[in-house]
Design a binder for this molecule. Structure first.
Ligand SMILES: Nc1ncnc2c1ncn2[C@@H]1O[C@H](COP(=O)(O)OP(=O)(O)OP(=O)(O)O)[C@@H](O)[C@H]1O
Ligand SMILES: [Mg+2]
Length: 284
């Protein structure tokens, strides 16, 4: 459904590339997660895929067509949510959706119905400018799905939402997938990725450093992790080891021999731990 080859992007005025020669494919009916820390290049990639940023290097094909030649048909069948709320503050939540729905030739959902899904029905008549941050974010999400899009691009859709609301939005995303829709989702939350995504790409400083299903990533890097906190002379350090790996076993033994151990925690490896192991960076 989405095919990206050798994509690079450099913003004018910057000396370095924000996206460096990345390639990936997304099948129809798949939730694909783009994961990485702040500044990794996630939003830049989403903006290129949705035609918001001009393609500089590489190719992006969506449903077999080059994104550079995207026309009305393309915009009819996609839904996009942005990380920063860009809504009409003077219009009510309902009016925002009604206005947006009017831009489509194809059939859209009833704005009230969608507001109910995202738990905003009671606030339908309130000015969007007076919405809280989380409410604005839900309105942006509602707007992204109003045209029942074939492909949904979601930039950090759940960040900052309370667990109950986040759960509701996750359910909507899963329902979309079950109806054969394709979802591209960026996040720096590994739990969200693990729970929702069929495949994930780890992105760090503009490069994809690993890509697979969450299950396979765990099989590849280790299913069980051991996190130890220890003092190395003055400093307290934390390290993560995957004991399926012989080099990790060696390092672990070394640390236990030479340092004072404070805590040891073992458990099922999380994607976050794997990401830290590969990049040395935390996600947030
Ligand atoms: N309009 C812009 N002009 C110049 N540089 C930019 C612009 N937008 C983003 N960048 C740079 O490109 C890099 C990637 O930014 P991007 O917004 O894609 O990251 P991100 O992964 O979405 O981060 P976050 O998790 O904080 O949203 C960063 O170094 C950022 O400073
Ligand atoms: Mg971003």
């Amino acid at each position: 459904m989405i095919e990206v080859k050798n994509l690079s992007h450099k913003y004018s005025g910057n000396s370095d590339y924000s996206v460096k020669d990345i390639s990936f494919g997304i099948k129809q009916g798949e939730i694909f997660g783009f994961l990485g820390p702040s500044g990794a290049g996630k939003s830049t990639v989403q903006k290129i895929l949705t035609g918001l940023l001009k393609l500089q290097n590489g190719s992006v094909k969506i449903d077999g067509k080059d994104v550079t030649s995207a026309g009305t048909d393309f915009f009819e069948k996609i839904g996009v949510s942005f990380e920063l709320p860009n809504i009409y503050e003077k219009l009510t939540g309902y009016e925002n959706l009604k206005f947006y729905a009017g831009l489509f030739r194809s059939k859209t959902f009833d704005p009230y119905e969608v507001l109910e899904w995202v738990d905003l029905k009671d606030a339908a008549g309130k000015k969007a400018g007076d919405y809280s941050k989380g409410m604005k974010q839900r309105l942006i999400f509602a707007r992204a799905i109003i045209n029942d899009p074939e492909i949904l691009f979601l930039d950090e859709p759940l960040s900052g939402l309370d667990p109950t609301t986040a759960q509701k939005l996750k359910k909507i995303i899963i329902d979309f997938r079950s109806r054969g829709k394709t979802i591209f989702l960026t996040t720096h939350n590994m739990f969200v990725a693990d729970e929702l995504c069929d495949n994930v790409a780890f992105i760090n400083t503009g490069e994809i450093i690993s890509m697979d299903s969450p299950k396979n990533l765990k099989l590849k890097y280790g299913n069980h992790s051991l996190k130890i906190e220890y003092t190395d002379g003055e400093k307290t350090k934390t390290d993560i080891f995957f004991l399926e790996k012989s080099e990790d076993k060696e390092q672990f033994k070394n640390i236990v021999d030479k340092n004072k151990i404070i805590t040891v925690h073992s458990g099922e490896a999380t994607l976050e731990e794997i990401f830290i192991k590969i990049t040395g960076r935390r996600l947030s």
